[in-house]
Design a protein around this ligand. Structure first.
Ligand code: SIN
Length: 485
C-alpha cells in the first residue's frame, strides 16, 4: 500500500463517532477491478448496525441543527481543507478500488471537495421570507428548517464526489446523515468519514456503513426517523427505493440513469466536437450517468466526425489506473464488461460497423477497449440502453427536427450535448431537448456551482448550486396574528 497517511485506509463502519466491526464479525471483500486482487475486507453491516446509526444521527441532529450556521459552515470547510490536503491518498484509494486512472481520481477528489467548499459558503445564506399578509393584524413569515436525518445511498462510479455532493448540503442545512456507499467502493467513503472525524464533526452527524445492501436499504427506507433519502444509481433501483420510501412518506432526491444524446450538426466545429465527445464519452471509461451515450451526427459531417473521433480514440492507453500513461481503466467488474460486450455484439449483428475496439483489447477481465461503432440505428441496444462503458455509437440524421426527435426518443432525461454555431439553431435545439442538463459546444458539464439533475425517468431534485440546499430544507410558514392588540 502506498499511502502517505495509512490511517486513511479504514475498513470498519463509522457509527456515532466510533469505528466498529459488524455485530456478527462478518466481512465483505473489496477487489481491485484492474487485476482482480482482493485489497480489503470491510465490516459487513446489516439491520442492527443501520438502526443504531440512524438513532445516533437522530440524537446528534438536535444539537447540530441548533448550532449557528457559521459554525456548521466552519466544520464543512475544515473537511474540504482536509480532503485537499490528502488529495493524493484519496486518489490512490479510489484508483485501487474503482479502477479509474490516477489523474482522473485526483480530479474527482477536487470535484468532490468543491461541493464541501461550496456548501460551507451556502450554509450562511439559507434565507427565509416575509410575505405581505391578508390582514393588517397579521404577518406571514417563512422559515427554512433542516429535513432531519438523511439516508444517502451512493454508487461506485464516483466513490468520493457522489458522497460529498450529498453530505455537504445536508450538513450545511443542519441535517445529519447515514451513508451507504456501494459495496464495490466503500474505502473512499470510509476515508472521508475518517477526515470528518478529524475535522471535529460531532459524533452521529456523519455515519458510514456498507455490507448487506438489502438489509441496510430496508432499514434506511423503512425507519421513520429517516426523513429523506438521496440516491444516485440506476433507474431500476431508484424506482424500488421510491416505492420503499412511500410507507413513511419520505422526501426523496433521485439521480438516476441517463441515455445522453451527443449531437453534432452540420454547422458545428467538428474538431471541437471531437474534443467534447472524448471528454464526455470516455471519462471514467464511460461509466457516468451523464456520459454521451448516443452520438447523433448530421449527414454533412458524419464521415469527418467518425474518422476524427476514431483517430483520437486510437490514442487512448488502456490499463491499470496506477500505471503511468494510462488514460482509460477497466470497468468495475467482469459482469459489467460482459454486458457492454454483449451490446457491441448486438449492434454488430444488426449491421453496425466496429471502427475501433470492440473487444477487451487483449487485457481480459474487466477491460473493454474504447470502441467506435458506425451505422448504428435506433433498433440496437446501444441506442436504447444506458451503455455504461467506453462505446461510442454513431447514428446518422438528416434534419434538425429528426435529430431532436431521435435525441428525445428515450425514457431518460438527464444530460444532452450538442455542437452547432448557428445561434437560432442553438436556441431551438436547447429548448427542444427534454433534459435537465444541456451542454452546448461543451462536453463536461459537472461542477459544484451548477444544478445537476434530470427529467423523466432520470430522477428528481437537483444537487450542487444554489438550488442544492432546497432538497434538505423544509419550508415552515409562521402565521403571526393578533398584532393590533
Ligand atoms: C454520475 O454519473 O452519477 C455523476 C456524474 C457527474 O457528477 O459528472
Amino acid at each position: 500500500m502506498e499511502l502517505k497517511d495509512s490511517k486513511l485506509w479504514r475498513t470498519q463502519a463509522y457509527i456515532d463517532g466510533a469505528w466498529i466491526d459488524a455485530d456478527d464479525g462478518a466481512t465483505n471483500q473489496v477487489v481491485n477491478p484492474a487485476n482482480g486482487e482482493a485489497i480489503a475486507e470491510i465490516a459487513r453491516c446489516g439491520t442492527g448496525e443501520t438502526r443504531r446509526a440512524i438513532e445516533a444521527a437522530a440524537r446528534a441532529q438536535k444539537d447540530w441543527r441548533s448550532r449557528p450556521a457559521k459554525e456548521r459552515s466552519a466544520y464543512v470547510r475544515r473537511l474540504f481543507d482536509l480532503m485537499m490536503e490528502h488529495q493524493d491518498d484519496l486518489a490512490y484509494i479510489m484508483t485501487v478500488e474503482q479502477g479509474k486512472p490516477l489523474a482522473e481520481s485526483r480530479g474527482e477528489v477536487v470535484y468532490g471537495a468543491n461541493f464541501l467548499e461550496w456548501f460551507a459558503e451556502e450554509a450562511k445564506r439559507i434565507y427565509g421570507d416575509t410575505i405581505p399578509g391578508p390582514a393588517s393584524d397579521r404577518r406571514i413569515v417563512v422559515v427554512k428548517e433542516p429535513v432531519g436525518v438523511v439516508g444517502c445511498i451512493t454508487p461506485w462510479n464516483f466513490p468520493n464526489a457522489m458522497l460529498t455532493r450529498k453530505i455537504a448540503p445536508a450538513l450545511a442545512t443542519g441535517c445529519t446523515v447515514v451513508c451507504k456507499p456501494a459495496n464495490a467502493t466503500p474505502l473512499s467513503a470510509f476515508a472521508i468519514a475518517e477526515l470528518a472525524d478529524r475535522a471535529g464533526i460531532p459524533p452521529g452527524v456523519v455515519n458510514v456503513l456498507a455490507g448487506n445492501t438489502a438489509e441496510i436499504g430496508a432499514e434506511i427506507t423503512g425507519n421513520p426517523l429517516v426523513r429523506k433519502l438521496t440516491f444516485t444509481g440506476s433507474t431500476e433501483v431508484g424506482k424500488s427505493l421510491i416505492r420503499d420510501c412511500a410507507g413513511t412518506v419520505k422526501r426523496t432526491s433521485m439521480e438516476l440513469g441517463g441515455n445522453a444524446p451527443f449531437m453534432v450538426f452540420d454547422d458545428a466545429d467538428v474538431d471541437a466536437a471531437v474534443v467534447g465527445a472524448m471528454a464526455s464519452k470516455y471519462r471514467n471509461a464511460g461509466q457516468t450517468c451523464v456520459c454521451a451515450n448516443r452520438m447523433l451526427v448530421q449527414a454533412g459531417v458524419y464521415n469527418e466526425f467518425a474518422e476524427k473521433l476514431a483517430d483520437t480514440v486510437r490514442e487512448l492507453a488502456m490499463g491499470n489506473g496506477l500505471d503511468d500513461g494510462v488514460t482509460i481503466g477497466p470497468l468495475i467488474d467482469q459482469g459489467a464488461a460482459d454486458t457492454v460486450k454483449d451490446m457491441i455484439d448486438d449492434a454488430r449483428t444488426r449491421g453496425a460497423t466496429v471502427v475501433v475496439g470492440g473487444d477487451d483489447g487483449g487485457l481480459g477481465g474487466s477491460f473493454v477497449a474504447p470502441t467506435v461503432l458506425t451505422e448504428v440505428s435506433d433498433e440496437m441496444r446501444v441506442f436504447k440502453e444506458e451503455i455504461f462503458g467506453p462505446v461510442a455509437p454513431l447514428v446518422r440524421f438528416e434534419t434538425e427536427e429528426e435529430g431532436i426527435r431521435l435525441a428525445n426518443q428515450t425514457e431518460f432525461g438527464l444530460a444532452a450535448y450538442f455542437y452547432a454555431r448557428d445561434v437560432g439553431r442553438i436556441w431551438r435545439v436547447a429548448e427542444g431537448l427534454e433534459y435537465g442538463i444541456v451542454g452546448i459546444n461543451e462536453g463536461i458539464v459537472s461542477n459544484e456551482m451548477a444544478p445537476f439533475g434530470g427529467m423523466k425517468e432520470s430522477g428528481s431534485g437537483r444537487e450542487g448550486s444554489k438550488y442544492g440546499c432546497d432538497e434538505y430544507l423544509e419550508i415552515k410558514y409562521l402565521c403571526m396574528g393578533g398584532l393590533d392588540t
